[in-house]
Design a protein around this ligand. Structure first.
Ligand code: FNR
Length: 393
C-alpha cells in the first residue's frame, strides 16, 4: 500500500480552487478549536490527566528527545507502511486507541459510531472501549471491512466479563485488549474541580445496559431506573486483577489477548508466560498515575522483553514524526488518542479521517525524505538520542 503522502497534494490542489482545509493541520490547532466546540466538562475530561498532568506533558515531550537520522539517495519513491498483526493485514501501523467518552464528544452524541465509520474509510483499526454510548455490536456494524478490537474493562462480576467477551467475539472483533491500569480512577484535579465523572452521570454505559448478565443484576429495566444502572455499574466496574487472574482471562477467548498498560519488562514476561498474545505499552495518556515516566521511555525495554511478540504503543503521539519514532523504537503498531477525539468533536467521522490522514501523510513523507521506504528500515539505529531533549534514561 502507500500513497498516504498524497493527502498533501489533495490539499494543495484544493488550494488552487481557493479551498483551504476546514480543520486544523496540527495538534495544537485541533485542541484549541475542539476546546471551543466541546461542552466545558467534556473538554476538560478529555484534555485533562492525573495530578498536575506532568506525565501527560512528558509523554508528548519524550518524542523530542529522539532525532530521526536522514539517509540520502535511497530513492524511497514508494513506501510500504503495511503491517500484519494477529492475522490482520493492515495498510498502516496506526490504530485508534480506546476512548470511553467518544459518544458525547461528537456533536450528535454518537461518536463511537462516527469513529467506526472513520475506521471503515481509512483502514485504521478501532479499539472499541467497553465504555461507549452505543453497544459494541452497533459500533462493529459501522467498521466495514476494517478490523476492530474490543477493549475490556474487566468487571468484578466474572459472568459479566465473560458475556462482554463473548459478545465481542460474536460481533466480529478480532482481539481483546484488557486494560489493567484503570481498576480505580486516577486523581484528576480538572474533573474533581467540576465534580464531573461522565459515567456517574449515566454516560457511556450502553455495553452494560444492553448486556443480559448486567440487566439481570438490576431491579427493573435500565430505562425504568437509570439511577440503579449507575449504582450497579459503580459497584462492579473496577476489578483489581492480579497475575493469578490471567489464566481465567486467557480461558475466556481464543481471540488474540492483549494486555494494556504494560510498561515494565518483567510484566511483559509475565504476560507472555500467561498466554497473552501481545502487550500494549501505555500509561493511559497520563490520565491515571502522575508518576512522571513517559510511556515512550518504557518502550525500548518492553520491546526487548517482548522478544518478537507484538507491542502496541500509545501515549503522547501528536504527529506523524512521533509515529515514525515509536516505530523505530520497536512498536509494532501505534495508537492515537486525544488527537482523533478532537477531530471527532470538530467534524465527526470526517474530522477523525482528517486527523488519521494527516498523521499518516506526515509519517509517509518523513519516510520518503529521510530514506526509510519500509517499516523494517526503521530501527533504533535510525534515531539519535538527544541528551536533555526529554525525560529519557
Ligand atoms: C482514554 N483511554 C482509555 N483507555 C482504555 O483502555 N479504555 C478507555 O475507555 C479509555 N478512555 C479514555 C478516555 C479519554 C477521554 C482519553 C483521552 C483516553 C486511554 C487511551 O486509550 C490512550 O491510552 C491515551 O489516550 C493515549 O494518550 P494520548 O495520546 O491521548 O495522550
Amino acid at each position: 500500500m502507500g500513497g498516504f503522502g498524497d493527502y498533501q497534494l489533495e490539499i494543495y490542489l484544493d488550494g488552487l480552487r481557493g479551498v483551504v482545509p476546514s480543520l486544523p493541520m496540527d495538534f495544537d490547532g485541533l485542541a484549541e478549536r475542539a476546546r471551543a466546540a466541546m461542552p466545558p466538562s467534556v473538554w476538560s475530561y478529555v484534555a485533562g490527566g492525573a495530578g498536575d498532568e506532568g506525565t501527560q506533558r512528558a509523554n508528548a515531550r519524550a518524542f523530542e528527545a529522539w532525532g530521526l537520522v536522514p539517509r540520502m539517495m535511497v530513492g524511497a519513491t514508494e513506501r510500504d507502511l503495511g503491517v500484519d498483526l494477529f492475522g490482520m493485514t493492515l495498510p498502516s501501523p496506526l490504530f485508534l486507541a480506546p476512548v470511553g467518552v467518544l459518544g458525547i464528544c461528537a456533536q450528535d452524541g454518537h461518536g463511537d459510531l462516527a469513529t467506526a465509520r472513520a475506521a471503515a474509510r481509512t483502514g485504521v483499526p478501532m479499539v472499541a472501549s467497553t465504555l461507549s454510548e452505543d453497544p459494541m455490536e452497533e459500533v462493529a456494524a459501522q467498521l466495514g471491512g476494517t478490523p476492530g478490537l474490543f477493549q475490556l474493562y474487566t468487571p468484578t462480576d466474572r459472568a459479566l466479563a465473560e458475556s462482554l467477551v463473548h459478545r465481542a467475539e460474536a460481533a466480529g472483533y478480532r482481539g481483546i485488549v484488557v486494560t489493567l491500569d484503570t481498576w480505580v480512577t486516577g486523581w484528576r484535579p480538572r474533573d474533581l474541580a467540576t465534580a464531573n465523572f461522565p459515567q456517574l452521570r449515566g454516560h457511556a454505559l450502553a455495553n452494560y445496559t444492553s448486556d443480559p448478565v448486567f440487566r439481570r443484576l438490576l431491579p427493573g429495566t435500565p430505562e425504568e431506573d437509570p439511577e440503579a444502572v449507575v449504582a450497579q455499574w459503580a459497584g462492579i466496574f473496577g476489578n483489581p486483577l492480579t497475575w493469578d487472574d490471567l489464566p481465567w482471562l486467557r480461558s475466556l477467548t481464543d481471540l488474540p489477548l492483549l494486555l494494556k498498560g504494560i510498561c515494565h519488562p518483567e510484566d511483559v514476561r509475565r504476560a507472555r508466560d500467561g498466554g497473552a498474545d501481545g502487550v500494549y505499552c501505555s500509561n493511559h495518556g497520563g490520565r491515571q498515575a502522575n508518576g512522571g515516566l513517559p510511556a515512550l521511555a518504557a518502550l525500548p525495554a518492553v520491546v526487548a522483553a517482548a522478544d518478537g511478540m507484538p507491542v502496541l504503543f500509545d501515549s503522547g503521539v501528536r504527529s506523524g514524526a512521533d509515529v515514525v519514532k515509536a516505530l523505530a523504537l520497536g512498536a509494532t503498531a501505534v495508537g492515537v488518542g486525544r488527537p482523533y477525539v478532537y477531530g471527532l468533536a470538530l467534524g465527526g467521522a470526517d474530522g477523525v479521517v482528517h486527523v488519521l490522514r494527516s498523521l499518516l501523510a506526515e509519517a509517509d513523507l518523513i519516510m520518503a525524505v529521510d530514506g526509510y521506504p519500509t517499516l523494517s528500515d526503521l530501527t533504533p539505529k535510525s534515531l539519535i538520542h538527544l541528551p536533555g531533549g526529554g525525560a529519557l534514561p
